[in-house]
Design a protein around this ligand. Structure first.
Ligand code: COA
Length: 380
């Protein structure tokens, strides 16, 4: 088929277009199920640590104890950032969005990586570890810099989620807090051919190196229709003063045909299986942080939107209050998402490299044709 002026049907948003084969994750939108490499997310969610999931995605199976410990210590060993990247973080404008800083830092790491332009299998495996290890450090370092606190080095005894919290806040994190962050990272690791994963696959299909593909994916994740939705959820909750205002607030939004952030999904037509886990922790953590009304407002929003629009909360909805109750400020919600999804992106990038064909769809041309060229000096 040529790209031409013929009107071929456009599949808007590429809905239901099959663009890749994958062994990573299965999003079952009809039954509301999510499977990672054949395991139901409900079995993994509260029973594993993030390193087990990383091993599952990159090696195709869960690790034994020795493999787990080896991966944990390799990740910690690669968490440090080059001093130039820390300097860039310090020099970034104070109002720059953390996702912009993260995207820039990953791109910059691509130049400093010892395997920079080497895309051999072995070097990609080394880069995979480094990128997954360094993304949480970037997010944590930015948080420290913005709070005028010293940037911390990882603690070799902790796992990835523990180090993430430690480098964000200082002080060894409590086990409960670490468990919630592990849960969040596990729930967000991968999700079929979502927009950022597709962006990663498009870039890797040109055989560009891994840092370029991850930088592109970070750009896609930042958008409010994708990973940026969680921050907007929090902004919406902060606009609602109390539970009695919820109905009027939503009526106004729906009358103006505005989207309710954190609701709706391209694939799930029933409830997203990740919602139950996050709702449960939203209630618990809001109660512990003495902000139960935030949870109650969220729950009332869910009741009304499900009833009146027939759409369900997606992963970003209760994620917002979970992270907020943990003391994470809203600009960092999407970066936390990125810490997790980086692992999924890398799994897809490796799959793309292993069986690659350039991703290059086609478009209908709707512009003018046959225009007569006039040189600059003669144009009036
Ligand atoms: N609030 C209100 N209405 C919504 C909605 C929402 N969050 N999500 C979808 N809808 C409505 C649309 O207005 C549309 O209605 P219409 O047919 O009457 O015009 C219908 O549902 C289909 O929505 P559409 O935007 O075409 O679906 P999509 O598959 O292209 O988009 C999302 C999926 C996720 C982008 C969309 O649901 C959305 O924008 N959600 C809010 C942002 C969000 O939470 N993103 C995180 C996704 S994990």
């Amino acid at each position: 088929m040529n790209e031409s002026t013929e009107k071929n049907e456009v599949i808007r948003g590429l809905e239901n277009v099959i663009a890749a084969n994958t062994k990573t994750s299965l999003v079952d939108g009809v039954n509301g199920e999510l499977h990672y490499q054949g395991y139901n997310i409900n079995d993994l969610a509260e029973n594993t640590q993030f390193e087990e999931i990383i091993h599952l995605f990159w090696q195709g199976r869960l690790p034994d104890v020795a493999e787990f410990e080896e991966l944990r210590s390799r990740l910690v060993a690669e968490m440090r950032l080059p001093s130039q990247v820390i300097k860039m973080i310090e020099l970034s404008p104070p109002n720059a969005h953390p996702m912009g800083v993260l995207r820039t830092a990953v791109s910059m790491l691509g130049m400093f990586d010892p395997d920079a332009e080497n895309s051999s299998r072995a070097s990609n495996q080394r880069k995979a570890i480094r990128i997954a290890a360094q993304v949480p450090t970037i997010v944590a370092a930015l948080n420290r810099v913005r709070r005028r606190e010293p940037v911390l080095s990882p603690d070799p005894e902790l796992n990835l989620s523990g180090n993430f919290l430690y480098m964000m806040n200082g002080g060894i994190p409590g086990q409960d807090e670490q468990k919630v962050i592990d849960l969040v990272l596990i729930l967000l690791t991968d999700h079929g051919l979502n927009a950022s994963t597709f962006a990663a696959r498009v870039v890797s299909s040109t055989l560009a190196e891994m840092h370029s593909a991850v930088s592109a994916a970070l750009g896609a994740l930042k958008g409010p229709l994708h990973g940026g939705a969680n921050q907007r959820v929090m902004e919406m909750l902060q606009e609602i003063d109390n539970i009695d205002e919820v109905k009027a607030y939503l009526d106004g939004m729906l009358a103006d045909k505005k989207k309710i952030m954190g609701f709706g999904h391209r694939v799930y037509k029933v409830q997203d299986p990740r919602t139950n886990h996050l709702r449960k922790y939203s209630e618990l953590l809001c109660r512990q942080a003495k902000m139960s009304e935030l949870y109650q407002i969220s729950h009332k929003i869910e009741e009304i939107v499900v009833r009146e629009k027939g759409i369900y909360p997606n992963v970003d909805f209760y994620l917002a209050t979970v992270l907020f109750a943990l003391g994470i400020s809203k600009e960092y919600f999407t970066p936390v998402f990125a810490v997790a999804r980086t692992v999924g992106w890398i799994a897809h990038i490796l799959e793309q490299y292993a069986d690659n064909r350039l991703i290059r769809p086609a478009c209908n041309y709707e512009g003018k044709i046959g225009r007569r060229f006039i040189p600059l000096s003669e144009r009036r």
